[in-house]
Design a binder for this molecule. Structure first.
Ligand SMILES: C[S@@+](CC[C@H](N)C(=O)[O-])C[C@H]1O[C@@H](n2cnc3c(N)ncnc32)[C@H](O)[C@@H]1O
Length: 203
C-alpha cells in the first residue's frame, strides 16, 4: 500500500492500493469467502461525506459519530479531524479493521473500532450515524435501512453519502449537498457523490 492524499481532501492521507499491492494474496489466504478489499479504496459516498464534514465542521464538532461500513476509516477520520468528540468505525471485514487502525494512526486521530455486524442490533449510543456507500446490494440495503430506522427512532441524526447506487432508498433521503468526487475505478475523476439526510418513512 502507498500513503497518498485523498482526492479533494488534502488534510487526510490513507494507505491506498496500487497495482503492486498484491491484494489478491488475501483471497489466496482466506479462500473463496474472502470479502472484496473495499477498505483499500475510497468510494464516492465516503468521499462526499468526508468532504461535507470539512465544509460544515459544525455538523460534527463536539459530537459522537458512528461510521457504519467504515472501509478505510475515511469518514470517521474526517469527522475527528474537524472536531468530533469521538468516533466509532463499524466494520465486518477483519482486514478493514486492521486498515482503519493504520489509517487512524497515520492521520493522528484515535477512534474505536467495532468489529461486528451491528445491523440487527439496537441503535448505538451516538449523536450521528454516517453511512458512506453501503447501499451497493439490495439485501444489505434493506438491513441498513432497518437499522437506520431504529437510529432515527432513538433520536440519532443519520447522514448518507452515496453516488446513486441502485439500492439507494431515495424515498427516505433528502439531498443536502453534492460534490465532484471520483469513484472507485474512475482514475480520471468525473464522478459525483451526494450527501443526504435520512428521514422517517412517510405514511
Ligand atoms: C463500499 S465500502 C465503503 C467504505 C467506506 N464507507 C467509504 O465510503 O469509503 C462498504 C464497506 O462496508 C462494509 N460492510 C458491509 N456490510 C457491513 C455490515 N453489516 N456492517 C459493517 N460494515 C459492513 C464492507 O466490508 C466495506 O468495507
Amino acid at each position: 500500500m502507498r500513503i497518498g492524499a485523498v482526492p479533494t481532501l488534502a488534510d487526510v492521507q490513507l494507505y491506498t492500493a496500487h497495482p503492486g499491492s498484491g491484494l489478491w494474496r488475501l483471497a489466496d489466504e482466506q479462500g473463496d469467502d474472502a470479502p472484496p478489499p473495499y477498505w483499500a479504496y475510497q468510494w464516492a459516498g465516503g468521499l462526499a461525506l468526508a468532504r461535507h464534514f470539512f465544509e460544515h465542521p459544525d455538523l460534527v464538532r463536539g459530537r459522537c459519530l458512528l461510521d457504519l461500513g467504515s472501509g478505510s476509516g475515511l469518514v470517521a477520520i474526517a469527522a475527528l479531524k474537524v472536531g468530533a468528540s469521538s468516533a466509532i468505525a463499524a466494520e465486518i471485514d477483519p482486514n478493514a479493521v486492521a486498515a482503519i487502525g493504520l489509517n487512524a494512526a497515520l492521520n493522528g486521530v484515535r477512534l474505536a473500532v467495532l468489529a461486528d455486524d451491528v445491523l440487527d442490533g439496537p441503535p448505538p449510543d451516538v449523536d450521528l450515524v454516517a453511512v458512506g456507500d453501503l447501499f451497493y446490494a439490495s439485501d444489505l440495503a434493506g438491513r441498513v435501512t432497518g437499522f437506520l430506522d431504529r437510529c432515527l427512532a432513538a433520536g440519532i441524526e443519520v447522514l448518507v453519502g452515496d453516488p446513486g447506487r441502485p439500492s439507494l432508498p431515495l424515498s427516505r433521503l433528502r439531498p443536502v449537498a453534492a460534490y465532484d468526487v471520483p469513484d472507485v475505478g474512475m482514475a480520471g475523476g468525473g464522478g459525483r457523490g451526494a450527501v443526504y439526510a435520512f428521514g422517517a418513512k412517510q405514511p
